[in-house]
Design a protein around this ligand. Structure first.
Ligand code: E4P
Length: 216
């Protein structure tokens, strides 16, 4: 499963890129606002750090407006992936852009039928938001399992990008289901390394090493 970082914070992206764990980055208008940076400028910087897809989201709601914004965004770098909302205009834009060879991430997916539409429109990625789905009393992981089943039934090439990931269980379940990608805040990705027995083990080994009186 590919790991994308869901952030526009340069320091966090650099830090994760150094671990070799990072396959791409997703941003959205809220994350850009949180970064306090200029959208174009920060996206360019991220594209220079990560060679994989970097999702940059349009804000227009109509097809013509989305195409105009996508034109600006895709000029930033070859690895920009245009993010469009799961609406009829978003799907039209998806079809036009992918027909042109541009990567498209269809975002804000909350049902398997929506995911089916995204695949039929030729999306590179579909982003079901598991955390927000859970928050609203639905089963986010069941949604991922349903989309996996449907995409496999018809051999759709669209990659399932599990989004709105809040904790390690989301990551584990997404991997068990066979999602293609998950995007999570850097803290969630880094949290995956944590295990109390790993910490305890290091502590024990260091204590015993001290008893040997040796040094390296
Ligand atoms: C995905 O591309 C979105 O940016 C993101 O995962 C949304 O997550 P949130 O529900 O934590 O805002």
């Amino acid at each position: 499963m590919k790991f994308f970082a869901d952030t526009a914070e340069i320091a966090d992206i650099k830090d994760l890129a150094d671990t070799g764990l990072l396959d791409g980055v997703t941003t959205n208008p809220s994350l850009i606002a949180k970064s306090g940076r200029d959208f174009i400028e920060v996206t360019k910087e991220i594209c220079g750090i990560v060679s994989g897809p970097v999702s940059a989201e349009v804000v227009a709601l109509d097809h013509a407006g989305m195409m105009r914004e996508a034109e600006i965004l895709r000029k930033i770098a070859d690895n920009v992936c245009i993010k469009v909302p799961l609406t009829i205009d978003g799907l039209k834009t998806c079809k036009a852009l992918t027909g042109d060879g541009t990567m498209v991430n269809v975002t804000l997916c909350f049902s398997a039928n929506q995911a089916l539409l995204a695949a039929k429109a030729g999306a590179t990625f579909v982003s079901p938001f598991v955390g927000r789905h859970d928050d609203n009393g639905f089963d986010g992981m069941q949604l991922i399992a349903d989309i996996r089943l449907i995409y496999d039934n018809y051999a759709f090439a669209t990659e399932i990008l599990v989004a709105s990931v809040r904790h390690g269980i989301h990551v584990l379940e997404a991997a068990k289901i066979g999602a293609d990608v998950m995007t999570a805040p850097p803290a969630v990705i880094k949290g995956l390394v944590k295990h109390v027995l790993t910490d305890k083990g290091i502590e024990g080994f260091l204590a015993d090493w001290a008893k040997t009186g040796q040094s390296l």
